[in-house]
Design a protein around this ligand. Structure first.
Ligand code: FAD
Length: 450
């Protein structure tokens, strides 16, 4: 494999035990560069590979439904790993402390972790790096072009990162090797929790499953095949029409790493769909998505109103005292009780299904700027609702999307309006010109049982 996908977080001294793959973002067995790299290190060191995952009950803004979705995915992973001869060790608690404790107890040769740019994950890596005696590596298995290879600075907008990514695609958009079966010695008594012990210690794992998305790697791959077959033809047009099912619906699996974006890119690129549909999808899946990781890696305040560009802060401050005809409390917003039926439908779509249509997400976040007292509150409400209620929330795409909608991140100044200043605004009348708004509201009612 291309080892530019990996980098060393802390050097350390290799022990004589197994390589530990610390899975915490890319929850899958197939198409996983971090797992492939860990297997390679184990092979080179003449040792075995074990996979460890630590459920973190205090994960920021995660809800019982998120834990259940992840947990069912993990049980499938443990079965698939066992078929490959790789033990899965389930931990529960504070991930860096648990994983470094495990690595010490096994005298690990190395720990290989998933790359993730989010603040709490960077802190996990720093703490694990300090606590581990052995080397700690991380591998970007989420992006086609590794985030730390694509660019070493915060990119201004899609236009600036696109050529960098496109230049590197021939090097990184390659097929995945088969993961070889591990026939090494078995481990008689590995630490970790049984599923029963984990459920007893953390009952959120038994919360009801989300109704509209089935968890796990198999379900994610099935959704991809369905999309390539029936959703991709016409995607370039249909993705921006919330009154029909025009998007792929893949974001929950992509967010949990149950589906590899690179696998999706390869499937779409090799399909016989029209070039414009393939290009439109690959632009979202690769360029926009990888821009979000770049944003979160390089902007420390990616989830607060401090991350907006100076021009946007200035123009929003200038309009901070503009009269706001409607102001809603966080609970009125969460319950979808505004004067705007399209916004209410979008909010309910998210609450009921765990996912809002992408076009409505833009409108939804922009309206929060109009209907809350200031940009700081709009930003905080948007992050809180999106992260708690969306299955694909707590993701760099969400932080970049909200910062784009409210704070002009990755955008440019537009003509000046009330409240928004030069940040691009969206209106109900604009929605009506773009698509059948009544059709969208009816679809939410009919399909999702509003
Ligand atoms: P498709 O159109 O089928 O796209 C396929 C994949 O491409 C998506 O799953 C996603 O991984 C990626 N993608 C598509 N659009 C974008 C985009 N604009 N930016 C980055 N990646 C993109 N996406 C999330 O994954 N989680 C979030 O919490 C999230 N919150 C958002 C909040 C706001 C305010 C906005 C404006 C956007 C947000 N997005 C978020 C980005 C985008 O709306 C979703 O990725 C998309 O709607 C997911 O549905 P899909 O998989 O059917 O998309």
């Amino acid at each position: 494999m291309n080892t530019r996908r990996a980098r060393i977080i802390s050097p350390g001294r290799p022990g004589v035990g197994p390589v530990v793959y610390w899975m915490h973002r890319d929850h899958r067995v197939r198409d996983n560069w971090a797992l492939t790299y860990a297997a390679l290190l184990a092979h080179q060191a003449g040792t075995t590979l074990v996979c460890a995952h630590c459920l973190a009950p205090s994960y920021p803004l995660a809800q019982p439904g998120h834990f259940r979705f992840l947990y069912d995915g993990l049980r499938e992973i443990a079965r698939d790993l066992a078929a490959q001869g790789i033990p899965h060790i389930q931990l529960l608690g504070d991930p860096p402390a648990e994983v470094s404790g495990l690595a010490r107890s096994l005298d690990a040769s190395a720990v290989v972790a998933d790359f993730d740019p989010l603040r709490h994950k960077r802190s996990w890596m720093a703490r694990a790096g300090e606590a581990l005696a052995c080397p700690l590596h991380e591998v970007d298995a989420r992006n086609v072009v590794p985030c730390f290879v694509a660019s070493d600075k915060q990119e201004y907008m899609a236009r600036t990162i696109r050529p960098k990514i496109h230049r590197l695609l021939p090097e990184f958009l390659e097929d995945f090797p088969e993961l070889p079966r591990q026939d090494g010695p078995s481990f008689p008594a590995l630490p970790g929790r049984t599923w029963d012990e984990a459920e007893q210690a953390f009952p959120a794992l038994l919360a009801p499953l989300p109704r509209f998305f089935a968890p796990g790697e198999t379900a994610g791959r099935a959704a991809l095949s369905r999309f390539v077959r029936v959703g991709l033809p016409g995607y370039a047009q249909s993705r921006n029409d919330p009154s029909i099912e025009g998007q792929s619906g893949l974001s929950p699996w992509l967010h949990f790493g149950m589906l590899s974006a690179q696998r999706a890119a390869l499937a779409v690129a090799s399909s016989d769909a029209a070039a414009q549909d393939k290009e439109a999808f690959l632009e979202e899946l690769i360029v926009r998505r990888e821009l979000s990781d770049n944003f979160c890696l390089h902007s420390r305040n990616y989830d607060s109103a401090d991350c907006y560009p100076d021009w946007a802060k200035k123009t929003l401050d200038k309009h901070a005292r503009d009269p706001r005809p409607y102001l809603y409390s966080p609970s009125e917003l969460e319950e979808g009780r505004t004067h705007d039926p399209a916004w209410n439908a979008a909010q309910r779509e998210m609450t009921l299904t765990g996912k809002m249509h992408g076009y409505m997400r833009m409108y939804w976040a922009k309206k929060l700027l109009e209907w809350t007292p200031c940009r700081e509150e709009a930003q905080a409400v948007a992050v809180d609702l999106n992260d708690r209620l969306s299955l694909d929330g707590r993701d760099p795409n969400g932080y970049a999307g909200i910062a784009w909608a409210i704070g002009g991140v990755h955008d440019r100044p537009w003509s000046e309006r009330t409240i928004f200043g030069q940040v691009r605004s969206m209106t109900f009348a604009g929605l009506k010109r773009k698509f059948d708004v009544e059709g969208y509201i009816r679809r939410v009612e009919a399909v999702f049982g509003m």
